[in-house]
Design a binder for this molecule. Structure first.
Ligand code: ATP
Ligand code: MG
Length: 572
């Protein structure tokens, strides 16, 4: 009962022939796109900003920023100056040097991006923190990373327990009336006075670039370290997967507190010399459609949770906006339900392209490319240059159509280089025979398409059958009453586990036993009898991470009365 494949459409795509590229491409080829290939001088921020500022792209708009109170545009030339100024503030006022951890804890604003790139220009390791973190979460991350400098705002500085963080020397506060005492410094005062000239710190390709804490869907977030070498893959996926071209207006909706918001909200677009849209403020369907219309967004990268919310807001609102500039839509973060693809095709006349990757992988690995047919519900195929497989628990590759561990052959350019302070954890990701194990469960079909089934820990064993929560959830949301669904396995003396579904209803639907039965029958008929949830519980909304992922471990803990574990990344 699959949705029909959506065939590729004609177009002048950067990746013209997937199969051909798989045979011929090597990562060595991609290195030729960087100036360090000639000069030997490496720094991601140089390739992302200064190189363009010194080229014919000099006056091209690099950043378009919109919030309730600001609407600003910056060219590559201006970005070079402003990131130099930020670097000089960090260097001169706080003594930042190569390898130091510089954390940034603020809402999306141009200053955030200047500071991030400024820190990278000094060879520092950037640590972005999502603005909604409360004191405990902020402290954990600053402590674990031994951050030396923090850049934050007057609204958020109260959540930084300065006296409990001995390694933290300087706290820059951006805006407001800053009392300069102890660790506190008035960022804008120094920024306005700083020189716009800078000697970039040249680094090794293996030197630290960014430290991202994971989303915390499955447990306590891990500090994932990436290095400058990752730029090779950021660049190449920006070309092939985002399909960025000179005239594109690109919008990634993710916050830089999460890896999508840096790899694809900062690095990939700017390494490709694109015009990058950044929008502050909260999600609302009207604000989002307005952004697309107002800037004429052509390439749009978002997440299933957002698409589902837009879908839930109905199609009438869409007709109030001119969204005709859109030409390419992508998704990441959670499995992309076929129902969402069907909706996207109906309302935008475009196929939504799923992309699979993780904080640890640093960049996209398994994707749907514009030049390729889409099978709704599939994550697509491995990037040229990437070897992926389904392996058993000993690391042996399995034949097609067998569910197992989704694994990647070690050594792709943007692979993490460490879990901060936790070498054992880092080692635990790899089988001795060289496969990186993702922790996700999937299978590959005869055509080489990969199909996500669920987190390995979330896969359900019911009466001897393995059931991935994703299929059941995707079927559930096809039912008109269901807005969102989270499915778990609940221990059962007879069946091993039974399937339990937590369901948030769409507006206008009321919980009832009849509705439960109707939904159960719907899954039974549409998917399989053994996949129909034996138990259904209606809830207002599902527990999610702040990056919008359903937290099945929390559902499980609630159900089984277990401790919920680290909730630092959970939505309010
Ligand atoms: P934590 O590792 O802290 O538990 P997390 O795994 O959610 O949190 P991320 O690195 O942000 O942290 O997310 C990566 C995970 O998100 C993947 O392992 C996968 O489970 C899920 N994911 C990302 N993209 C997709 C996709 N296209 N399809 C299915 N799942 C996806
Ligand atoms: Mg993870």
């Amino acid at each position: 009962m699959q949705l029909e494949a959506l065939p590729t459409v004609q177009g002048d795509f950067n990746l013209k022939n997937y199969e051909e590229a798989r045979k011929t491409f090597s990562w060595k080829d991609a290195e030729k796109n960087f100036s360090w290939y000639e000069t030997g001088r490496v720094n991601l921020a140089y390739e992302a900003i200064d190189k363009h500022a010194e080229s014919s792209r000099k006056n091209k708009v690099a950043l378009m920023y919109l919030s309730d109170s600001r609407n600003e545009k910056y060219t590559y030339y201006e970005m070079k100056r402003l990131t130099n100024k930020a670097a000089n503030v960090l260097k001169e006022k706080a003594g930042v040097k190569k390898g130091d951890r510089v954390f940034i804890f603020m809402p999306r604003s141009p200053e955030l991006y200047f500071a991030m790139l400024g820190a990278i220009k000094l060879g520092a390791i950037v640590g972005p923190l999502f603005e909604a973190f409360m004191e405990g979460a902020v402290k954990d991350r600053l402590e674990d990373s031994e951050a030396k400098v923090l850049v934050t705002t007057p609204d958020l500085v109260g959540r930084v327990p300065a006296d409990q963080l001995p390694a933290l020397e300087t706290i820059f506060v951006v805006g407001g009336n800053v009392k300069e005492e102890g660790k506190y410094a008035d960022y804008l005062k120094y920024f306005n006075a700083a020189s716009d000239k800078l000697e970039i710190e040249w680094v090794d390709r293996e030197d630290g670039l960014i430290l991202h804490y994971t989303s915390g869907s499955t447990g306590k977030p891990k500090g994932v370290l990436h290095v400058h070498n990752a730029m090779i893959q950021h660049y190449q996926t920006g070309k092939w997967v985002l399909d960025l071209k000179e005239d594109d207006i690109y919008w990634c909706t993710a916050d830089p507190g999460w890896v999508t918001g840096t790899s694809y909200g900062v690095f990939a677009p700017w390494l490709n010399g694109a015009t990058n849209v950044v929008v502050g403020g909260r999600f609302s369907p009207a604000a989002w459609y307005n952004t697309i219309e107002r800037f004429g967004v052509t390439v749009w990268y978002s997440a299933p949770t957002s698409f589902r919310m837009l879908m839930g807001a109905g199609n009438e609102i869409i007709n109030q906006y001119d969204l005709s500039t859109l030409r390419h839509i992508l998704s990441v973060g959670e499995p992309l339900n076929p129902e969402v693809i069907r909706w996207g095709n109906e309302v935008f006349g475009l196929r939504i392209h799923d992309t699979w990757w993780m904080t640890e992988t640093g960049a996209q690995l398994i994707c749907n490319y514009p030049c390729m047919d889409i099978k709704p519900g599939s994550m697509g195929k491995p990037l040229p240059g990437i070897e992926a497989a389904i392996v058993d628990d000993q690391g042996n590759p399995l034949p097609p159509n067998r569910m197992g561990n989704l694994a990647i052959k070690k050594g792709w350019p943007s692979m993490m280089r460490a879990i901060w302070n936790n070498p054992q954890k880092y080692e635990s990701y790899f089988f001795p025979n060289g496969w990186y194990v993702s922790g996700d469960s999937a299978y590959m079909d005869e055509d080489g398409y990969f199909w996500f089934q669920g987190r390995v820990d979330d896969v359900i064993m019911t009466s001897g059958e393995r059931v991935g929560p994703f299929e059941v959830e995707s079927k559930l949301i096809e039912h008109p009453a269901v807005a969102e669904a989270g499915v778990i396995g609940k221990p059962d003396p007879v069946r091993g586990e039974i399937i339990k579904a937590f369901i948030a209803l769409r507006d206008g639907y009321e919980p009832s036993d009849e509705l439960k039965e109707e939904i159960r029958q719907f899954v039974k008929k549409g998917l399989a009898a053994h996949a129909a949830p034996r138990e259904i519980e209606f809830c207002e909304k599902l527990p999610k991470t702040r990056s919008g992922k359903i937290m099945r471990r929390v559902l499980k803990a609630w159900e089984l009365d277990l401790p919920t574990g680290d909730l630092s990344t959970m939505e309010d």
